[in-house]
Ligand binder design. Sequence first.
Ligand code: GLY
Length: 332
Amino acid sequence: MSHISRRKFIKFTALLGTGIPVLSHLKLFSKTVSPLTESSIPVVIATWDRDRKPNLKAWEILEKGGNSLDAVEQGVRVAEDDPENNSVGYGGLPDENGIVTLDASIMDWRGRAGAVAYLQNIRNPISVARLVMEKTKHVMLAGEGAKKFALAYGFKEENLLTEKSREAWIKWKEGLSKEDNWIGSDSHDTITMLAIDKYGNISGACTTSGLRWKIHGRVGDSPIIGAGLYVDNEVGAAGATGVGETIMRVLGSFLIVEKMRDGYSPQEACEYAVRRLIEKNKNIVKEKFQAAFIALNKKGEIGAYSVREGFDYVLSRNGKTEGFKSKYELKD
Ligand code: GLY
């Protein structure tokens, strides 16, 4: 394959392979007018309108009077279990060596946090992260240690690489040339979910298979508390999706919660964080990466903002679950 056609090919497979919801948008009809000024509780908000089942699961729990921690854990597990979602859990696209490695984090209203990084062969990293939070004095376990910990709690070891993901990886490998630098991937669709329950308690969860074809060993923003996710029950919560390196450089979720503490609305805080992220990633802005934040405050107000067009989110409130297109900063 020539250099030029290989590039086109990668662009094409990138759209197919990442689960970036190009077709889902058309099917689900995300609304363009978003309810950024409404406030009521309970609320669930999650990144990407590719599938509303994770929100529906979380809402079902909240509606029955369940708490926000159970809601976000069970909600994002739906995405982890879905083989068609190739950026999370089972069926996630692998790294450069064809190995699926998973990152996840969870926080609750008590200020507790748990995370796993570089976890392999365990389908539900979010539940392992919850166990780290609840059963240990630690915040994060990584790699082999995280897997052993999960196995000790009865998790099953399984192959997470579906045939579809394996084929996508093989095609990417076939297109590699010796002349290429390793520049990695440029987009991603991690699921991050934030919820406030009827008791006014906030929790958040974030789970991902990370960037497709990443260098073996790479860990993104999702398990880093304050980068991919942050919750402070006095104020609110924020979470991220997109190219993790850009998010880690500004600790975006923590930044948003701190801006809300200073009086910003969730929307203003998300916009502030996206602008900071662009400023601090100036050298790579031309690479057309995507990064986005969602946020939620104690009143149940929400915010969402992305670097570029194309980000959408799912909101559950007053018994309705709907998708919305996010506003964005760079009009390119
Ligand atoms: N936001 C997911 C990642 O970069 O790994």
